[in-house]
Design a protein around this ligand. Sequence first.
Ligand code: G6P
Length: 606
Amino acid sequence: MCGIVGVVGSPNAASILLEGLKRLEYRGYDSAGMVIMTPDGQQLVKEKGKIVNLEAALNWDELKGTCGIAHTRWATHGAPNQINAHPHVSGKVALVHNGIIENQKALKIQLTNKGHEFVSQTDTEVLAHLIEDFYDGDLVKAVQLALGVVDGAFGIAVTHLDEPDLIIGARRGSPLVVGVGEGVNYLASDVAAMMGHTRQVIYLDDGEMVTLRPEGIHTTTIDNEEITKEIQEITWDLDQIQKGGYEHFMLKEIFEQPQTIRDSFRGRILPGTGDVKLGGIELTDWELRNIRRIIILACGTSWHAGLVGEYLLEEYAHIPVEVEYASEFRYRSPIIEPGTLCLVISQSGETIDTLEAMREAKRKGAKVLGITNTVGSTIARESECGVYIHAGPEIGVASTKAFTSQVTILALMAILFGRRTHLSADRGTQMLQELVKLPDLVQKVLDQSDAIKQIAEVYAGHKNCLYLGRGVNFPIALEGALKLKEISYIHAEGYPAAEMKHGPIALIDPDMPVVVIATKDGSYDKIVGNVQEVRARDGKIISIVTEGDTEIAALSDHVITIPETMNFWTPLLSVIPLQLFAYHIAVIRGEDVDQPRNLAKAVTVE
Ligand code: G6P
């Protein structure tokens, strides 16, 4: 988390930094700040809260300089207040930092003994002092020496007033990307910050550092070995990260799903063979046939997509699948046998727990395949092979379109793996024919947004909500509950419907809305029973049913229909009303939908 942006060589440095911060606000938004090198010294501005607060505090006349760094924060060490906001300054050194310095306590004692005085509770300030302590006229050397003694994760940008045309960036664990311009160069934790200024970028890898001056860029390792980095071209546009007339990014992203699902399967279906081609999967047919076990590693919504993938892969590829929280996987002794494939799912491609779990899996000999949305992200680069979901930039903190694209890719994978073994061409063809219809069916669900808003109005004031689903729609119950929690702060839980009687049923009363995903499938009769159990206890029932259903509809207080499709494709439809339900409730409650409290889009701390 935390967003970093830096620019050198532009007379509009402060406004470029502010614009960049606004694009990075999804990474953290509890405080923000910037520092500009000016002829009158380094001008530092920091404010608690969102970027608008920082913007209001800027005195543009004082910020006339061509070089500066800025930061939007998601607090780890120290409360989210003005003092703890970045940049942190020690003498003429200024620093912004994403990550955690683990040995900061010991370093702070040493520096205090040498006379350094600290004003904040942050680990970042310790690093700023450490760099100043090592400085003897050469900032590059001071940064290298300082980073040589810190433990932990970092993406940093550093300036020094005596070298006012220089920014140094370095990374270990937190993303940094360099934007290459003409006479102006940029540094940021995400390319979004520099869109509109340059499309030429260099992704730094762990252990690397960069010096940016107006006239050029120089990359080395932190140990000062020369390295040559490839310049890459960004292919997406600025309007893809703007709201396009919607009130919130989240709503825009929910409504983009017919298109993003289509983009995920476009060009990957082989007509006439019932087969699929995923260019990034660099496995031979022999290797695909010899996958004995799949472990899916992910966090949050991506973990829920992985759970859907478990149902799809076991059903159609007949491969045993385990879905692991990445954070748990990395700290136990996972058993990786020959033939184990790890699917690593991450929208951002930067989630630190997922990244570290992937590294652990690689270390133990697993074949690792990344499923990410963010081109050039660390997981995309470090996985041996992978598939991009092509959902386009997702800005809303609560993930929506990335989820449906992840599930689409997992559906394609189930067919790909299945077709290498027992799945027939006819069956593959039929599944793909149903898959390509989904974008239009998703649109039909989106068309019910106003009706879903009316249901949301009834329940916006409730304190709890239970979500039930069975089979492949059980993960959708989890995802629906997560969406509601994340943006409306209503306590919500997802359960397999049959588990309700083992605990949650005790909670059912007239104040407990229960959202039931009850599409027509093999367990339909069982879920009718579960709905009756809720009704018998006066719980309120909101059901998601297949078009034409009358039985569950008759038992429900509110009904939302989804069009008929293959049972295993229903999650791509049933999740849509739950996204809309959570969205409308949050808006009615007046919550900040795109930037919910305490959350961040890319969680790059453990
Ligand atoms: C954060 C976000 C979630 C996301 C999770 C995993 O918690 O707020 O929306 O699902 O991280 O992120 P990833 O980028 O790895 O999919």
